[in-house]
Structure formats: structure tokens, C-alpha cells
Design a protein around this ligand. Structure first.
Ligand code: ADP
Length: 612
């Protein structure tokens, strides 16, 4: 069963857990195609680490073999140093230092490029899927979510995941391998000292775990506040004319600022915790260094170690504690990224409610008879807003849906293209349940002209062809002429190539609506839903639009949601919706004769002078 729509993160790590694999496991499939990159990157990383591990040995050869003239083993020198002169050993040691640095640098570069390529590509795929998935999620989900919040997930959280995959993961794997390599070598030099240097690990692990938990919680708080800030931003800019009309700029900025401050506070908590953790890491590392130097120097004094051994040892120790610090920092980074990954997976795990049934087939071209058979519907977990709707609209008929605001007219109409599915009952087109057809093939055959035309920031041509992928230029222009839009488009400097502002902001309300009608003409769908498209237009624009809508309705089954009864008197069928049920159904003449409520509405309209 599809999960209840919620914007909270279901797969978020539970409080108290510093790091959880669950969200990452869900993202593994995105990394799988880049196995080759990762394997090669890992191989180069191993060579790089091998070089790092070798680095201090030439120092020992110089110190013990050249300066103190003691016998030293140079295992890889072979025959070149058969006659070891001091200069030969010195030259060889310098050559080794140089070679290891070059090989290490090249391998590190290669590994970095390979890991970054894999990480970026994988995360681009995550972002694409996340966006595609968001678009498939039901309207319920989108109505419950804020666009700014979703944007934060798409941009910020995905970026955190990418950083974790490209930098943190690579670095941590490298550092852990380096650490293990160094511990093994320390063991070969002096097992006792190796144990002393390993004593710091239990307190270090405890310290990192302790702080990572708090940091993760602060990060989640910070991210939530940041999402809130983003949603205030997008909401206010989307409604900028209302903000300015009501002079709400200062209050909106103050609201924005309050949420930003909360985000900053949460971020500062995380930063303070990180600072505290670093302090403790330094203290523990310093204690470990003292312990090892103390025992190492005693070893040199009593002859169980050479000074060169102690140099190699202390170089390793310094080099070893560096990865320890970095691993600690990376664990913090990983636990922050886990918050991002959980927020991404949370969306990916949300199931779209409207999906193709198993065995759904492509719909044939509809004749257009629409039947509601005992349909009941309610939003989310709420109670039913439509109850037991039963009616039949013949193919090619015009059905007007009337009723008071909030009666359920738009909800009823939006169920025909399956924007919502009935809780009970079924909707049939030409006698077949619409859920037996694939969602795409059903929606292809339904056009909607809504109260507010939704246009995109692209050319007028593309806006008209939106929803008719294969439309030719001729078809687009014919649609525009039929919709009465060609004249004003032709007057524009770039005609059909004019790019309209975001959401059609550069056009008047009437022009926007005529483009919406043109879009419906272009689609050539047999079913048409007109949801009060003349709302808010002046009389002239309304008259133009009504004329083009009449042309559009010819030969189609139409559902017209109307606020003016005078505009629908000629409808073949009038459905009067009251409190989520069809209270009366019939022609204008039937309703005048039998429906007192309809007569009352007509009288009301006449008295307020609202005539078409
Ligand atoms: P009408 O089109 O007749 O004005 P609607 O179909 O828009 O009415 O709404 C019918 C009822 O459903 C109203 O009570 C409204 O508040 C409720 N409603 C509409 N959309 C939603 C939604 N997304 N979530 C919850 N309730 C909703």
C-alpha cells in the first residue's frame, strides 16, 4: 500500500544514531554502473598508500646507514648497492624519496579523477530520478509539500551526497588503509610500541561517536530550517504582486530572517560541537605521542631500538595520527551527508498514488461517453468530499457542473484524467473502467483549460505545443487562430518564438487564457474540461474567450465548470453538485421545472446583474 504522504523524513536516522547505512544502501544502485571506475580508483589508491607507507624508510637508511654507519637492510636495492658506499646509499635514498613522491602524486590524481567521475555521474542520476519521481508523485503530496523545501532536497541534499561520495568516501577509504598499513609496519619495528600507539583508538572512537550524534541532530535541524527559508523565498517571489500590493515586503523579509537565524543557530551548534570534538582529538593524539616517544626513547637508550627506528616510528606516528584526525572529520561529514541522503531517499521511497494497474493497456481513441458509477472520494486521510456520484454523459455532449464554491466541482472533474482516483466506485469511458488503461494514454485524450492558465518560461510555440509533442508549426498556428490568439501573437516582435516570462507573467490574463485554449485545440483530445476559465476576465476578454471556447467544444465531450448560469443554459446536461453529491441532473429546462435550488441560483444571478 502506498505510504501516506508526508514531508517528514521517514528514513531519517533515529535520534542518537551517528551514522546509518540505510539511506546509503538505497542509493547503491546508482553507483553500481561505475564499478570499473571505483575498482581502478581503488587500485591507484592502494599504490598511493603503498608509496606513503614507504616514505619514511629512506630516512632510516640515511640516518642509520650513512650518519651512524650501522648495517641497514635495503631490501629493494638489490645489486645496485652491492658495494654500499655512503654516497650510493644516500643517492639511492634520495632517488626513492623522489620516485615515491611522483608515483604517489600520479596515483592520487588518477584515483581522485576516477572517484569524482563516478560520484558526479551517480549523483546526477540521483538528481534526475528525484526530479522525475517528484513529478510523478500525486497532487496530494505536492499540495502538502512546499516547493522551496523540495528544491532544497534537489539541490542542497543531493550536493551533500555527492560530496560524501566523491571526497569523503575516497578519503576515508584511503586513510583507513593507510592507517592499517602503518600499524602493521609499526608492529614489525616494535610490537610493544605499536600497542602503545594503538592505545589512543578506544578514546578516539568514543569521542567521535559522542560528538557525531549531536552534530547530526543539529544538521537535520539546520537543513529543515533552511528548507523553510527556501520555501518562504519561493512562495513570496511567486506571489510578489500580492506582497507588493499589501506592502508586506518588510514582514516577509522579517519572516525570512527569523527562519534564517534559526538555521544559522543550528549550524553554529554543529560548528561548536565540531570544534569541541577537534580539541579532544588533539588532546588524545598528544597523549598518545608522548606515550610512544617516552617508551621509544627508552628503547633507544637501552639499545633495543636504533635511532633510525625511532625516526621511522615517530614519522609514522605523526603520519598515522593525521589520518586519524581526517577520519574523525570525515565521519562527521558522512553523518551530515547521511541527513541529506535520508531526505533524498525519503522522497524516492514515497510511492506515487496514481500508477498503472498491472495489465493496464493503452486506451483506444475514445468516443467520449463518461460514466460515474457510485464514485466516492476524499483527500488524503480526510473524510469524503464526494459521495456516491452516479451519472452518465453521452459522447459529444456538453455537461455543465454547477454548485456553490467548495461543493466539489473541480474535484469531480479532476478525477476524469485520474489526477485523483475514487475511494469507492468507478469511472468509465466508453464503458471501460479508466483504471484499465495506462495513465499516459488516458491523459493524452483529455484537455483541461483551468481557471488560471499555466504557462512556462519558453516560447509561445512551445507553450501551445505543450502536451502535443509531435505538433507541426501549421497545427500550432491553426490552434492559435481557432483560439483567437493568432492576432496578438503576430503583433509580438518575435511572433511565435517570443519567450513568455516565467508563468506567462508578460501576458495579460485574457491572452494567457487564449494560449491555454490554443493548447487545448492543439491537443485534439476527445474529452475537454473547462474549469471556470473566464474567471477574473473583463467583459471584452470574456466574450472573446467564450467564442473561442465554443469552437473548441465542437465534437468533444465537455465538462464545463461554470460560475455563471447564463453561460451554460445551452448545455446538454447540467449536474448540480451540493455537499459532494449530485443533487439534480437534467437540462436547463428540467432544472428550472424541478429544482428549486437552481431557480434560486438563477434568481440570485439575475438580481446581482451577473449576466454573460
Ligand atoms: P469547488 O470546485 O466546487 O469549489 P473543490 O472540488 O475545489 O470545490 O473542493 C471540494 C472540497 O474539497 C472543499 O471542501 C475543499 O476544501 C476540499 N479540497 C479541495 N482540494 C483539497 C486538497 N488538496 N486537500 C484537502 N481538501 C481539499
Amino acid at each position: 500500500m502506498a505510504r501516506r504522504v508526508t514531508t517528514s523524513a521517514r528514513s531519517a536516522p533515529p535520534p542518537g544514531a551517528a551514522f546509518t547505512w540505510r539511506p546509503w544502501l538505497s542509493l547503491v544502485s546508482y553507483v553500481r554502473p561505475y564499478r570499473g571506475h571505483l575498482a581502478l580508483g581503488l587500485a591507484l589508491l592502494l599504490v598511493n598508500i603503498g608509496m606513503d607507507v614507504l616514505k619514511p624508510w629512506p630516512l632510516k637508511w640515511i640516518f642509520d646507514g650513512v650518519l651512524l654507519d650501522r648495517p641497514v637492510q635495503i631490501p629493494i636495492a638489490g645489486p645496485w648497492l652491492a658495494h654500499r658506499t655512503d654516497m650510493a646509499v644516500l643517492g639511492f635514498a634520495c632517488a626513492m624519496i623522489f620516485t615515491t613522491a611522483i608515483v604517489a602524486g600520479l596515483c592520487e590524481y588518477g584515483a581522485h579523477v576516477l572517484f569524482a567521475t563516478a560520484g558526479h555521474r551517480a549523483v546526477t542520476a540521483v538528481r534526475r530520478d528525484l526530479f522525475a519521481h517528484m513529478q510523478r508523485l500525486s497532487l496530494d503530496f505536492h499540495k502538502a509539500s512546499k516547493s522551496g523545501e523540495l528544491l532544497t532536497r534537489l539541490v542542497k541534499d543531493v550536493t551533500e551526497v555527492r560530496n560524501a561520495l566523491t571526497d569523503t568516501a575516497l578519503e576515508t577509504v584511503g586513510e583507513v588503509l593507510l592507517l592499517v598499513g602503518m600499524l602493521v609496519l609499526l608492529w614489525t619495528i616494535d610490537p610493544g610500541l605499536a600497542v602503545y600507539s594503538g592505545l589512543i583508538f578506544p578514546p578516539l572512537v568514543y569521542c567521535v561517536w559522542h560528538y557525531a550524534t549531536g552534530i547530526q541532530q543539529a544538521t537535520r535541524r539546520q537543513r529543515d530550517k533552511e528548507s523553510k527559508t527556501a520555501s518562504i523565498f519561493s512562495e513570496s517571489l511567486a506571489a510578489i504582486s500580492v506582497v507588493q500590493m499589501f506592502s508586506r515586503e518588510q514582514q516577509t523579509t522579517a519572516r525570512f530572517d527569523r527562519e534564517s537565524q534559526k538555521s544559522v543557530q543550528a549550524d553554529l551548534v554543529a560548528t561548536r560541537l565540531k570544534g569541541r570534538m577537534n580539541r579532544w582529538v588533539e588532546v588524545i593524539v598528544a597523549a598518545g605521542t608522548c606515550l610512544v616517544l617516552f617508551h621509544g626513547t627508552r628503547g633507544v637508550l637501552n639499545g633495543s631500538l636504533t635511532p633510525g627506528d625511532l625516526i621511522v616510528f615517530s614519522t609514522y606516528l605523526r603520519a598515522m595520527y593525521k589520518p586519524v584526525r581526517r577520519i574523525a572529520a570525515n565521519i562527521l561529514q558522512a553523518s551530515r551527508a547521511t541527513v541529506g541522503a535520508a531526505r533524498v531517499v525519503d522522497i524516492l521511497d514515497t510511492q506515487p498514488l496514481i500508477v498503472d494497474r498491472p495489465g493496464a493497456r493503452r486506451a483506444p481513441r475514445f468516443a467520449g461517453r463518461v460514466t460515474f458509477d457510485g464514485v466516492a472520494f476524499g483527500y488524503g486521510q480526510g473524510s469524503d468530499v464526494l459521495h456516491d456520484l452516479t451519472f452518465d454523459v453521452p459522447a459529444g455532449a456538453v455537461a455543465a457542473i454547477i454548485g456553490q464554491s467548495g461543493a466539489g466541482k473541480s474535484t469531480l472533474a479532476s478525477m476524469i484524467p485520474r489526477l485523483y482516483d475514487p475511494r469507492r466506485g468507478r469511472i468509465c469511458i466508453d464503458g471501460h473502467d479508466i483504471r484499465d488503461y495506462t495513465v499516459d494514454s488516458l491523459r493524452e485524450q483529455v484537455s483541461i483549460v483551468a481557471q488560471e492558465a499555466v504557462l512556462f518560461g519558453m516560447s509561445i510555440r512551445d507553450n501551445i505545443a505543450y502536451g502535443s509533442a509531435d505538433a507541426s508549426d501549421e497545427r500550432i498556428e491553426r490552434a492559435a487562430r481557432d483560439a483567437g490568439a493568432h492576432e496578438f501573437i503576430a503583433r509580438m516582435p518575435r511572433g511565435y518564438d517570443t519567450v513568455v516570462g516565467e508563468r506567462g507573467a508578460t501576458l495579460s490574463g485574457g491572452e494567457r487564457q487564449r494560449l491555454a485554449v490554443a493548447r487545448a485545440f492543439c491537443r485534439e483530445a476527445p474529452l475537454l474540461i473547462l474549469d471556470e476559465p473566464t474567471t477574473g476576465l473583463d467583459a471584452d476578454a470574456e466574450a472573446h474567450l467564450l467564442a473561442s471556447m465554443r469552437r473548441l467544444m465542437v465534437g468533444k465531450t465537455c465538462f464545463v465548470i461554470a460560475h455563471k448560469l447564463s453561460t451554460i443554459a445551452s448545455a446538454d446536461l447540467i449536474l448540480r453538485v451540493a455537499d459532494g453529491t449530485i443533487s439534480h441532473i437534467g437540462t436547463h429546462r428540467d432544472l428550472v421545472a424541478h429544482d428549486a435550488g437552481y431557480r434560486h441560483l438563477l434568481a440570485l444571478e439575475a438580481s446581482t446583474g451577473a449576466t454573460a
